[in-house]
Design a protein. Structure first.
Length: 415
């Protein structure tokens, strides 16, 4: 018992550093590179929307021009200096700006839905990897337990061989089983390492040890539309507004501009000075423009038809995604039911295997049964234990899939 505090001293830091599924999901929403990318993309679309809204306000420009002619033209100036200020306003554009603003709003909505869809899909992937690693660790623990038993038997059979109570074949048989088990341990260890590396990429943080996690066990008959479908619906709306923006070219476009110019001259034609006909040095110009497109060989009409066809294609995609969600939702509930039955069977198999192993181990040590019977019993016990742990993890994965296809946030459904 005096070693217990020392053992706890090493175990407590490991337990404290264990990463929970809820922590990994929360961290991924802030540090996953793809989510960061989609955040910037949404911000860019927001800026484009703000720019479209600003187009309703007047535009003010200022500028200057310097003109030099080596040969002064008659009644002209060799050097002309011009400073100007102008105010421009688009009075009517056939509804183009309004359609473009709605198009950007729909695009922004689609981008936000796409970001949320990726977050939820990523959460499902992380959850699957999390519990798959837990199942692999259970298999590894079972193989380690088998290793300890086989190591003890190998030591035992070698001692019998030394006193001529066992043959070399007996030793080699146990040695082969021990080496095969070690091979399996190395294989599973690499699988865990690979999955942890991929999980670290998705989360954006190094994976050390994984803690326990479980979902709420609540089933409903309703589900919300997936964000992927909502994104497609918003994108379809954006295409229709884009088509309306193109159509505006067939309506009158009216713009107003007021421009004030100030001029200075040098190297004037002497005749201008003699005639006292100095050119203007100030001028205010008001310009009202009306533009109406009469004919363009169907260019705008065909572009609009292309956008409408793309919108129809999205509608077919939306219909497919809705059908797929309905099927996946039903399958997720069936998967939960199957997982519960598998747990029940695995638990029963584990109890039977553990009980049988205790009896057979005693008989083997007493020489009543042979090594093949012992190995078969050991294999069943360790594999049954790993299978039971794996079935528990499969149930959690099934619930994660169910909540995903319910349109819910997986992270919020964790206990």
């Amino acid at each position: 018992m005096k070693f217990l505090p020392i053992v706890l001293l090493f175990l407590i830091p490991a337990l404290l550093s264990a990463q929970t599924l809820k922590e990994l999901l929360a961290y991924s929403t802030k540090n996953n590179d793809i989510i960061v990318t989609k955040t910037y993309q949404a911000q860019a679309i927001q800026k484009e929307l703000d720019a479209k809204k600003s187009s309703y306000f007047p535009i003010v420009d200022i500028g200057g021009v310097y003109k030099r002619d080596d040969q002064t033209s008659p009644f002209g100036a060799g050097d002309t200096y011009n400073a100007y200020a102008s105010l421009s306003l688009n009075i009517y554009d056939g509804g183009k700006r309004e359609a473009q603003i709605h198009e950007k709003k729909s695009t922004l909505s689609a981008q936000n839905f796409d970001k949320q869809a990726y977050k939820k899909s990523l959460a499902l992937d992380i959850t699957h990897d999390f519990f798959t690693i837990k199942s692999l660790q259970a298999s590894l623990n079972a193989k380690e337990e088998a290793k300890n038993a086989l190591q003890a038997q190998l030591k035992r059979i070698k001692s019998f061989y030394e006193v001529k109570m066992a043959t070399l074949d007996d030793v080699e048989r146990v040695q082969a089983d021990f080496d095969t088990n070690m091979y399996d341990i190395q294989t599973i260890t690499f699988q865990i390492f690979s999955l942890k590396s991929l999980l670290a990429l998705k989360v954006g943080e190094k994976i050390t040890s994984l803690g326990d996690a479980s979902f709420k066990k609540v089933l409903t008959s309703k589900y919300e539309t997936l964000d992927t479908t909502k994104a497609a619906i918003a994108q379809k709306s954006a295409l229709k507004f884009s088509a309306n923006a193109l159509q505006s070219a067939y309506y009158p476009n009216i713009s107003l501009q007021d421009k004030y110019n100030y001029y200075e001259y040098s190297r004037l034609d002497p005749k201008l000075i003699q005639l006292n006909a100095m050119p203007l040095n100030k001028q205010n110009t008001l310009l009202l423009t009306l533009n109406l497109r009469l004919f363009d060989f169907g260019q705008i009409r065909k572009n609009k038809e292309a956008l409408i066809l793309n919108a129809q294609a999205l509608q077919s995609q939306i219909a497919y995604q809705e059908k797929e969600q309905n099927i996946q939702f039903a399958l997720a509930k069936a998967r939960i039911k199957t997982a519960k039955l598998k747990i029940k069977s695995a638990k029963s198999a584990l109890n039977a295997a553990q009980s049988a192993f205790v009896t057979i181990e005693k008989k083997y040590n007493a020489g009543i049964v042979d090594y093949i019977v012992y190995l078969d019993s050991l294999t069943k016990k360790t594999s049954s234990k790993a299978l039971y742990e794996s079935s528990l993890n499969d149930l959690e994965i099934a619930y994660a899939s169910y909540y995903y296809y319910s349109g819910k946030n997986i992270q919020e459904e964790l206990k």
